[in-house]
Design a protein. Sequence first.
Length: 256
Amino acid sequence: NSLMKDKNIVVMGVANNRSIAWGITKSLHNAGANLIFTNRQERSKQKLEKMLAENDIEAKAIVSCDVSDDDSIVKAFQEIGEKVGTIHGLVHSVAFANRDELKGEYADTSREGYLLAQDISAYSLVAVTREAKKLMTEGGGIVTQTYLGAERVVPNYNVMGVAKAALEASVRYLAEDVGKYGIRVNAVSAGPIRTLSAKGVSGFNEKMSVIEEKAPLRRQIDQDQVGDATLFLLSEMARGVTGEVLHVDSGFHIVA
Ligand code: 0WD
């Protein structure tokens, strides 16, 4: 496949082989993209190197990046610029909230917990877009990962739902900012997928079974489906699409 041939794409947020970003990695690799990765932790990097070797995927670079730290973001993209020059796409697949705030009442969210969720899950897209656009001199695509809890009250999703609402609004504002440079910004809103992060949300199993009962397609969503949708949004196939939230949820969001 040559859809992404000679395209340098940065993928942020592969923690392990269940990560949504890993599904995206496989889709991009199969489409011929050159891949650059960022990890927060050294542990994730080692895991990633092993997964890449097992799947015969060559990384152009793996750089460390903690999205809660502006210096770390600036350094990461400088390093990426030095190693690959121009980039054509960015996948933002990171989020965080305190586990004890992903249950009970949203009204009990602490100021600190609120700011933390916003910082890692929403502001980080703003900060990485600012640095990535400097390297996106030929235009390209930025895609982030969101969830239905941004639009509706999903039990227990609480502070993360509010952070995802800010993330989706940021997609629209950023799309306006960088559209003039030929850069598109979109989000994929995935249905529930069992990953490390998902374990932190209480009642997650019920959310998954409801998809099988009620979603038009009556089946679970997996990392590969999100990977292919993300690939589409990053590719020239989606050249007319920006500021959009594309649901990859077996159609669940349309059902009352
Ligand atoms: O059901 C699900 N799993 C859904 C997830 C449904 C819809 C959306 N999403 C979203 C999540 O909210 C998140 O934005 O998809 C994105 C990816 O989540 P995931 O794949 O479910 O989770 P996981 O595999 O735990 O990856 C989260 C990443 C980890 O990657 P690294 O390799 O960097 O450790 O987010 C990372 C986390 O460590 N992360 C950070 N990365 C950089 N700086 C930070 C940070 N400060 N904090 C967390």
